[in-house]
Design a binder for this molecule. Sequence first.
Ligand SMILES: [Zn+2]
Length: 262
Amino acid sequence: MIPGGRLVVLGKQGAGKGTQCVRLSHHYVIPHISTGDMLRGETKAGSELGLEARQYMTDGKLIPDGVVLKMVAQRLDQDDTRTRGFVLDGFPRTVAQAEGLDDLLDPASLDLAINIVVPTPLVLRRLASRRVCEDCAAIYSTAAPPRVGWICDVCGGEVIHREDDTEAAIHKRLDLYEQETQPLIAWYRIARKLVSISGVGGPDAVSDRLVAAVDDHRSVGAFGVPLPSSRTVDESDAVDDEASHAWPVTAGPSERSPEELS
Ligand SMILES: [Zn+2]
């Protein structure tokens, strides 16, 4: 039997986080829990939580930790997550949310927080070719378009190039992301739950690195410190990469990850 897992995946826009979460979900037979998808679902269904979330978005405010935590708590309480685990996508965003997640999981705990690292020039290239479904937010690219025209394979919505996918706007969002996420990444590093993986290369190469990192971590036990693995670095994938390395979880809080140096 394939062992499940309790995973969090972090990564800036363009890191391929969504794609890799789906792949991890299939590989370990664990539900992919995307808080973005859940919020869209709740909003569409007009639930109490959805209406509350929409109000914050309409007001241009971040949805408070408590609202997101309530939604995640409901989802984690279902049978599939209880028995198999999960891969969380888009959550936690803050240290407070990460602490809330720990409380929800207690007495069990998170297995691993995986940070997918990509250099900014590569993100810019990826986002320039990115296309998004207006209705369900499914992601395509000029290299991997929908099957028919620019009609979404998932929901039939229109697939567009977002106006805010300009270089200046992307830089701004990336800066904001780094500011927001740095404390969270440091928090997971101190908790010895963090592994940073290069997101450079094709989706298959990146998935292989992620799976190797999870399996390595499992092989040394939940509280062990994984040894640096040669399998998490693949030189052949580093074609357009300025920083293609895997950073094992052994980095102490005083060391800076390439994420912080970029
Ligand atoms: Zn769609």
